[in-house]
Write a new protein. Structure first.
Lengths: 442, 296
């Protein structure tokens, strides 16, 4: 510890040099900021992250009649000619908003690497700390003076690839605010899980005392910053300002799901993912730029990694996904937010067309599906095509960089824009050589 | 390179020095990075042979890399930075210094204590972190000691030490019980950052330090271990209590100005209960202050 290396005289000299006198800049002054209403609304994103890798063969790219097909049936959607799996009946009423991409062809088929690949747009490569999409987009779209952080991750399961849930080589302030992280087998306790940790101060500390404490801290922080100019001290001040703003009534209210009508809460589903999607809408409404909701823990199943009993587990997962996703799209529309909010549905990969001996499907990156809907997307279409057995892409393969490039374009951001990386070379938002899928963009 | 590491850690194969390249019929022989053929000794494993070569006095990179990492550990930034990127494009900030340290390290039989002592006794290391000018000089010039972030364990242990909370001083050996322990929540929130000299505080970190149950209890006038003991000490006046809190949190006494400011803050509280509450505010502010949270 170097703490006591400064002599008493140094401190006195410092203090008399003005650390205590003069005007103190009011660094909690922005407390009253109301970031809820922006006249010109920027694009925002909700990523529905399907941890484990959902089976395209049973959701969006069924092969009825083929031995790989399995027992599930296709159903009609609200777009003539487009059919999807029978376990997504509610979502089928919103296909007019969706671009279903059936030709994802990616390179990683192991959870950890694929999670990193799909969330950052880059394959894990040596020491380069690629940031996740949410951090990149939060940086481009975000506003540091906002009451809420730009990137919020709801119920993430970060254990497999912690690096894909940080800020990568971007500044740590672009890391997501994690809400209910790794709430493994706590889905019944979703009300508590969906709160920001440590957001509420101890009950015995009232407003007046809290202000007094912050006042004292402000004095100490200012003294320190005068002797130690630089990013460390500044970032300390900024973080405390933003944390204090987040604790303020307007921002904290975003997490009060009780404010919503019971009928709407029921429609989303009274579970962690359903209520997480409702929270996502409330956050988007209040100006958060990128919100992700992870579907992992549902009654009777842990994520989409259905190596065994796929046909038993998939309906359980869909029972949670279907009402939440369809209600989210409708709710965004009702709030006038769907035109500016891109809703992404994806996991880290798909699953093997071949059914294994445990009635399961294994990891498969060769030919699988993702869905884009809402802001910036031309809905009501299927893009790409897989073979009759589902084993390969027959038309319009989509790589991860192309997929990322499409998302970034849909948000009105230049995918060739570069950020300086931790290895001292600039790296593009979407990998060099990637192209957006023009057909999918509105 | 892989050829040196054939065999699992449990059962090392002492005489295997080649590797079949996966997916081919080609066999690769173990050779050193400089292309030289190793002098194999009877019953000496390939890894031991490699280690001998790597740490030989003739290998200039070993000493350079080792002293640079040590320097990086002590200053938060290496003479070559990042510390693991020695290349022609990434030049050292002070090449002569690096050479000299490496030379001395090798000449003293790679004695870590010797080289740590040498660095710590230098004027450079002993400089104040306080810089009198309006803006910080370039960190790589080592004109003053950089302010560095603490690791999650350092922050947590500092909190435990300052607050006197013994309950959480030991980690929980049960992995599952430990998942939501105070220690693990701090470890999650204060993940290591690449550049300690540019440490950035996050919102969840600030929230944890302000409101976490551990901090809430320890800054409660009656429940906090250190705080309650100091607040109710009959032999201390207000100035003595403020000083004791400074010593507990910052390992130093308050300056006259600091003492004046805080004593008058505490005394304006009025009755004994209000004064204790005001002392808790002082302690809370100290635990959230940059002086407590950073290495400087």
């Amino acid at each position: 510890m170097l703490r006591d290396r400064l002599s008493r005289r140094d401190w006195t000299r410092l203090a008399s040099a003005g650390a205590l006198g003069g005007s103190m800049s009011n660094w909690f002054g922005a407390l009253a900021d109301d970031a809820v209403q922006h006249p010109q609304r920027k694009r925002s994103v909700i990523l529905l992250w399907m941890a484990g890798g959902p089976s395209q063969m049973d959701t969006f790219d069924l092969k009825p009649g083929h031995s790989n097909g399995g027992p599930f049936k296709e159903i009609d959607t609200n777009v003539p000619g487009i059919k999807i799996g029978e376990h997504l009946p509610k979502a089928s009423r919103h296909v007019d908003q969706m671009a279903i991409i059936r030709s994802m062809s990616t390179k990683e088929n192991e959870h950890e690497r694929a999670t990193f690949h799909l969330r950052t747009g880059y394959q894990p490569l040596g020491p380069v700390q690629f940031p996740p999409l949410g951090a990149l987009m939060g940086k481009e779209l975000g506003d540091d003076s906002a009451a809420l952080p730009s990137f919020i991750s709801i119920a993430p399961f970060t254990v497999l690839s912690p690096a894909a849930f940080g800020s990568g080589f971007l500044e740590p302030r672009h890391a997501p605010l994690l809400v209910g992280a790794n709430a493994f087998r706590q889905s019944s306790n979703y009300e508590q899980t969906l709160k920001v940790q440590d957001l509420v101060r101890p009950t015995e500390v009232n407003d007046k005392q809290a202000d007094a404490r912050l006042g004292l801290l402000k004095g100490l922080a200012k003294d320190f910053a005068e002797g130690h100019p630089g990013v460390v001290a500044v970032s300390h001040q900024t973080a405390y300002e933003r944390a204090t703003r987040l604790m303020g009534t307007a921002a904290a209210k975003a997490f009060e799901l009780d404010e919503e009508k019971d009928a709407l809460r029921d429609a989303y589903g009274r579970n962690l993912f359903g209520q997480g999607c409702l929270l996502a809408r409330r956050l988007i409404e209040r100006g958060v730029n990128f919100v992700e909701v992870t579907l992992f823990d549902v009654p009777g199943a842990q994520g989409w990694d259905t190596h065994q009993r796929n046909f038993d587990l998939l309906p359980r997962l869909c029972q949670v996904l279907d009402p939440a996703w369809s209600t989210l799209l409708q709710d965004l529309k009702d709030h006038g937010l769907l035109d500016t909010t891109l809703v992404i549905w994806m996991g880290e990969f798909g699953r093997t067309p071949r059914i294994n001996r445990d009635s399961g499907r294994d990891h498969f990156a060769g030919a699988w599906s993702t869905v884009l809907a809402g802001g910036g997307i031309k809905g009501g279409q299927v893009y790409g095509k897989t073979a009759a057995d589902g084993n390969s892409v027959e038309e319009n393969p989509v790589s991860v960089p192309d997929f990322m490039c499409t998302i970034v374009k849909a948000l009105g951001i230049d995918p060739t824009k570069q950020n300086m990386s931790n290895v001292g070379r600039p790296i593009r938002i979407a990998d060099a050589g990637s192209k957006p899928i023009q057909e999918v963009l509105a | 390179m892989g050829d040196f590491f054939i065999g699992t850690p449990l059962m090392e194969l002492k005489d295997r020095r080649e590797l079949i390249i996966p997916g081919t019929d080609r066999v690769a022989q173990a050779v050193f990075l400089d292309g030289k053929e190793p002098q194999w000794k009877y019953q000496a494993s390939a890894r031991a042979t490699f280690a001998d070569w790597m740490t030989a006095k003739e290998n200039p990179f070993f000493a350079h890399t080792a002293v640079n990492r040590l320097w990086g550990q002590l200053f938060g930034i290496g003479i070559v930075e990042p510390v693991d990127d020695f290349s022609t494009e990434n030049k050292p900030s002070h090449p002569e210094l690096l050479d000299e340290l490496a030379k001395q390290f090798a000449e003293h039989g790679f004695d870590l204590k010797f080289i740590v002592r040498a660095i710590c006794l230098s004027k450079t290391y002993q400089q104040s972190s306080v810089y009198p000018g309006p803006s910080k000089p370039e960190t790589r010039l080592f004109a003053c000691m950089p302010v560095k972030g603490l690791s999650a364990d350092q922050i947590f242990d500092s909190l435990i030490q300052a607050t006197g909370n013994r309950e959480n001083s030991r980690g929980n050996s049960n992995r599952f019980a430990a998942i939501n322990s105070p220690k693990s929540t701090f470890q999650q929130k204060f993940a290591a950052q690449e550049k300690r000299t540019e440490f950035q505080t996050s919102i969840p970190q600030a929230l944890a330090l302000m409101n976490n149950p551990l901090v809430a209890t320890e800054t409660h006038p009656e429940k906090g271990d250190t705080l309650a003991a100091i607040a109710s000490a009959p032999f201390l006046d207000t100035a003595g209590k403020v000083e004791a809190l400074y010593l507990a949190a910052l390992s130093r006494r308050p300056t006259e100005q600091e003492s004046c400011r805080l004593v008058s803050y505490v005394d304006q509280g009025g009755n004994d209960r209000e004064k204790k509450k005001a002392l808790s505010d002082v302690f809370w502010a100290l635990l959230n202050s940059p002086e407590f949270l950073f290495n400087h």
